[in-house]
Design a protein. Structure first.
Length: 237
């Protein structure tokens, strides 16, 4: 029984993540945008847990990796884009010429997953990742929509969403190396610092806005790190 549990528990979490993604798509179609977005964020948590549990239980497999990629495509590729479309479509300045920008991250996400599956397995969770993951992209886009819905003081323009869609698409297919999550939390002190910053932001804005700002800040820090390393390399030459 223990071996059975160890083998199938991570994949069970993956299937739950897939269910959340599918339910999000259905709810987006019914215009329950807040619920749909919350399900995507729940799917993000399940995605983190399935990878963590597979490593801890030492049951990582090729089947699990393929299943995870297919789930990611639905939950973080398709679902956030339908969420974004349903959020923007009722606006007066929405036009169907925006649709190609909404579809673009799905293509980029599919490319990112295919490239990842062809790469040798990472030797350590501390290794850098080429391009941001489709999970990060989907989470940021979802947080932007939920931040929009939960704020009474502002509303992100369609132009901001287009820029966000373009940037996320580029970062997914780029060859820029992004650090692992452990890079952001080198010690408990940094973890407490992030919690404090998040709490301060939440006091002056919505919960989703504070998380979005932290995610965008970490993304900017990653890009700044890459620029700094490139500058150091050029100086060495």
């Amino acid at each position: 029984m223990n071996n059975y549990f160890r083998q199938y528990f991570p994949n069970s979490l993956t299937f739950l993540s897939l269910a959340c993604g599918l339910l999000s798509i259905i709810l987006s179609g019914q215009e329950y945008i807040m619920w749909a977005g919350s399900l995507i964020l729940l799917s993000v948590i399940l995605d983190i847990l399935d990878g963590f549990s597979a490593r801890k239980l030492e049951v990582e497999s090729g089947f699990g990796m393929q299943l995870d990629s297919l789930t990611d495509m639905v939950s973080f590729g398709v679902a956030p884009l339908i969420l974004t479309y349903q959020h923007l479509a009722p606006r007066d300045n929405f036009s169907f010429w925006i649709l190609p920008f909404i579809i673009l991250p799905v293509w980029a996400g599919a490319f990112r997953l295919a490239r990842f599956n062809l790469q040798p397995p990472k030797q350590s969770i501390h290794n850098d990742t080429v391009g941001i993951t489709i999970t990060q992209s989907g989470a940021i886009l979802t947080l932007a929509v939920l931040s929009d819905l939960s704020s009474i003081n502002y509303s992100l323009s369609v132009g901001v969403y287009i820029i966000l869609l373009l940037v996320l698409s580029y970062l997914m297919i780029s060859k820029l190396k992004f650090p692992s999550p452990t890079w952001y939390f080198p010690s408990k002190r940094f973890f407490l610092l992030y919690l404090t910053i998040g709490a301060v932001l939440a006091a002056f804005s919505s919960f989703f806005t504070s998380i979005l700002v932290l995610c965008l800040g970490s993304l900017a820090a990653s890009i700044s790190r890459k620029i700094y390393l490139l500058f150091q390399d050029s100086q060495a030459l």
